[in-house]
Design a protein around this ligand. Structure first.
Ligand SMILES: [Zn+2]
Length: 422
């Protein structure tokens, strides 16, 4: 933890200086680790969100706890190299092929715990309730790997996982497509911690217009309205995307102080659209950022995307201030993941730091207070997690210690293995 913050003092002998601009470690609020194996493999013949999803299902069909752990270790290591010190894993690949239970029904979640520990990043497992293939559509094929049959069984399975120093268990509803309205109440109840305080609850909301159409047809209201009626919204809840929301939805999300996780690089890659981020923030919803399907793993690009997409929407610059971008990258993201003790450089906070060089091709000459609008993940020099140096000089020193392989090599191997190519 950080003991003390002093300003304007000279370093003492033995102190370590971090280069460039130092910020609190970044929280990546929305990750599907295995989607990293889709990068650069879904653009053939253009495609749509739904053809992308077919490729994702083909990949999901192949993974087991062993290949998942190897892939997730490399992906989380890529994240730490980009300055991420805490990640929220929206995890729904629960069971074996055909829905067969592993000996430990949480074997896939445990693989993620192990991966995060090896990569030196803190993890909130957002264990996801996923019960239907669409509203009143049963799960079929590979989707049966997601299936806990009902919310009660999902809650029982999740309750068997314990927190540790590096790992916290929380909840997610996949979407209003995947969890019937009457089951939402069970998830909300299960998302409360043993001490009665709410744990983080995440949910995909209105990423695609088709989700809104299905919800309107089945329930006569928008996904946000349905979630509001079932008590899902609130300050411990994060709505992921909120791209196609109405004025009324924006009011409901803002008044309930529901956090919004925006994923700009994914939302443009999948042609989802641009959500009303500024309007949501003005309504009272804290904003956070996620790399989601990992078409790139660069939190600086996500933060910049928040501002740049608003510029394209509005025809105005400066829609978000740099301190607002830092707020989204660090304190708000950590709150949304259930780590309120992280995300600040202040006494008593966890010592998570990211140092961004100011002398690279991209950053040379930039003013420190504007560098977030030009820097990229490759400019991250040093990353400290809980006081331990995990990245130094742009190298993952934890994994590369004692001749360990570098992260690009690990990714090549793990992605090939995930697709059964090696
Ligand atoms: Zn997602």
């Amino acid at each position: 933890m950080i003991d003390e913050v002093s300003v304007g003092v000279d370093p003492r002998p033995g102190d370590r200086s971090l280069p460039g601009l130092v910020l609190p470690g970044f929280a990546n609020t929305h990750s599907h680790a295995f989607h990293r194996a889709l990068r650069g493999r879904t653009h053939g013949r253009g495609g749509t969100f739904w053809t992308w999803r077919d490729r994702m299902y083909a990949l999901a069909d192949k993974l087991d706890p062993d290949t998942y752990a190897e892939l997730a270790t490399a992906v989380y290591a890529e994240m730490v190299l980009a300055g991420v010190t805490c990640v929220g894993e929206f995890h729904y690949l629960h069971h074996g092929p055909g829905g067969a239970r592993y000996g430990d029904p949480n074997a896939m979640g445990e693989a993620l715990r192990e991966a995060a520990r090896a990569a030196g990043v803190r993890l909130t497992l957002l264990d996801t309730c996923y019960l239907r293939g669409g509203i009143e559509v049963p799960l079929e094929g590979v989707q049966r790997r997601f299936d806990d049959h009902d919310a009660e069984s999902w809650a029982t399975r999740v309750s068997r996982m314990d927190d540790d120093e590096n790992f916290r268990v929380a909840a997610a509803v996949h979407s209003v497509r995947a969890v019937p309205a009457e089951e939402l109440d069970v998830v909300v109840e299960a998302a409360v911690g043993e001490d009665g305080s709410p744990r983080p609850l995440h949910v995909h909301v209105s990423e695609q217009p088709a989700e809104n159409d299905a919800c309107l047809n089945a329930y006569g209201c928008t996904p946000t309205q349905l979630l509001s009626e079932h008590g899902v919204l609130g300050s411990a809840t994060t709505a992921v995307h909120a791209t196609h929301v109405t004025e009324h939805d924006i009011g409901l999300l803002g008044e309930s102080e529901t956090t919004i996780c925006v994923c700009p690089t994914t939302e443009r890659d999948l042609a989802d659209g641009m959500g009303p981020a500024r309007a949501l923030a003005d309504a009272g919803a804290p904003l956070t950022l996620g790399t989601d399907q990992h078409v790139m793993v660069d939190m600086l690009a996500e933060g910049r995307g928040l501002e740049m997409h608003e510029r394209l929407r509005s025809g105005q610059r400066g829609r978000f201030t740099v301190p607002e971008l830092v707020e989204a990258l660090a304190p708000s993201g950590h709150m949304a993941l259930g780590w309120p003790e992280a995300g600040h450089i202040q006494a008593g906070a966890l010592c998570d730091l990211v140092a961004i060089r100011l002398d690279t091709l991209r950053t040379a000459g930039a003013l420190p207070d504007q560098v977030l609008l030009v820097a990229a993940a490759g400019d991250v020099d040093t990353v400290v997690v809980s006081g331990k140096i995990v990245v130094q000089g742009g190298h993952h020193v934890l994994l590369e210690a004692n001749g360990g392989r570098g992260v690009p090599e690990r990714l090549v191997h793990a992605v090939g293995r995930a697709w059964n190519e090696t």
